[in-house]
Design a protein around this ligand. Structure first.
Ligand code: DI6
Ligand code: FE
Length: 398
């Protein structure tokens, strides 16, 4: 666990309102944790002897957190991209046995090594933009063996790269062919959740509440099991239509409700009361030519925390750039660049239930991104440009 002193930095602490900018800042790290952050002129003498790293005036932010991905999967869906360009809709392709189910077939056919090997380049793309924590979901197995294999593959990524992985069980993602959804939940999904939890593979439980997914009543059974196992829940809710998923998520004090394009003002109110984060996924909105934007004004008015993530998946969001997710959040959803930065740091941490990262504050992990920019708004402004200078994990550059 590293000790270090960053000097001559422009700090965007995100601790308190606004960017929390500190000019000529210094950041003291001991044992991989932030001990002190402030103006270099005020540096307490006790930190002065730490090994120094001159930031040359660069911007230092908390390292980005990608709080919603489907990074582990087999196969690709480029063919469906072509079909959609010829006029087929995402829902039509799904109902025809393509979509999620085509990735299920490819994932079932891949062994753990293959799942790891194909996920690594996608993970590396995220790390190249400074990402330090990545959430990875199961949900392309829909049988016990493959769901567990996906989660084991996700956990293995952490042993192969300097990154923190949070695993989410998404057994209720789609119903396997020729299966009744209620029996799928009771006979396959819930026993698989128990098995995955027993193996220590589950940090949170998710579901897809949608016309082409599961009903609120079916998701509630999954959430009841999660609650009995003491696992936090989150939900893909109101992505393609309004089905009541957000209200259900709030009722179960979910960490987050994700997508939420079709959420209403009442949903925003319920989310605020439950402190459920709205995870906005502009990559899916963009890919599916969606026209209904999430109710950002209502989220702001009711004080709902908004996070941003890639939703990296082979179908609706083949996106592995957290910086482009920020740009899309601003351009497509009209977030401010400040909301976008908070959305991939402080609020992304909240969406994962993490209290030890996402801000530059004493006691938190020293997971940092050092950028070749002056103004934090530059991070969301550019398209297809990566200004990362250095990524720090647990107090060490990597
Ligand atoms: N919504 C999504 O955006 C992903 N899953 C979900 O429920 C996409 C899944 C896919 O198309 O493969
Ligand atoms: Fe998703």
């Amino acid at each position: 666990m590293a000790d270090a002193l960053l000097t001559n930095a422009r700090l965007a602490t995100l601790d308190g309102p606004g960017y929390g900018l500190i000019e000529n800042g210094a950041l003291a790290i001991a044992g991989g944790r932030i001990r002190w952050a402030g103006s270099g002129a005020d540096l307490p003498a006790e930190h002065a002897a730490l090994p120094r790293h001159d930031m040359d005036g660069r911007l230092v932010t908390p390292a980005p957190i990608d709080c919603h991905t489907h990074l582990v999967h087999g196969g690709d869906r480029a063919r469906e991209f072509e079909l959609r360009l010829q006029g087929a809709s995402y829902t039509e392709i799904a109902r025809g046995g393509g979509g999620i189910l085509s990735t299920v077939a490819a994932t079932r056919a891949a062994d753990e090594d293959a799942l790891v090997a194909t996920a690594l380049p996608r993970l590396d793309a995220l790390l190249a933009e400074g990402v330090a924590t990545v959430e990875v979901k199961s949900g392309y197995g829909l049988d016990p063996a493959t769901e567990l294999r996906m989660l084991r593959a996700a956990r293995r990524l952490e042993t192969l790269r300097p990154v923190r992985i949070c695993t989410t069980f998404l057994g209720a993602h789609a119903c396997p062919p020729q299966t009744d959804p209620d029996s799928y939940i009771d006979d396959i999904c819930l026993p698989t959740l128990h098995a995955a939890h027993a193996e220590g593979l589950v940090d949170a439980v998710d579901g897809f509440c949608e016309g082409i997914g599961f009903t609120p009543a079916q998701i509630a059974r999954v959430f009841d099991t999660a609650r009995a196992l003491n696992l936090p829940v989150k939900l893909h809710a109101e992505q393609l239509s309004h089905t009541g998923g957000t209200a259900l998520a709030a009722r179960y004090n979910a960490l987050s409700a994700d997508h939420v394009e079709y959420a209403t003002e009442d949903d925003a109110r319920a989310m605020a009361a439950a402190d459920t984060v709205a995870v906005l996924l502009p990559g899916a909105f963009y890919t599916l030519h969606e026209t209904q934007a999430p109710p950002v004004a209502a989220f702001r008015a009711h004080g709902v925390k908004m996070a941003l993530a890639t939703d990296a998946n082979p179908g609706s969001s083949p996106l592995t750039s957290i910086l482009l997710a920020m740009n899309m959040g601003c351009t497509l959803f009209r977030l401010t660049p400040e909301e976008a930065l908070r959305g991939i740091t402080t609020h992304a941490a909240a969406a994962l239930g993490l209290t030890d990262c996402g801000r530059l504050a004493p006691g938190l992990r020293a997971d940092l991104a050092v950028w070749n920019v002056q103004n934090p708004a530059e991070l969301a402004w550019r398209i297809g440009f990566n200004p990362l200078h250095q990524r720090w994990l647990n107090g060490a550059p990597c």
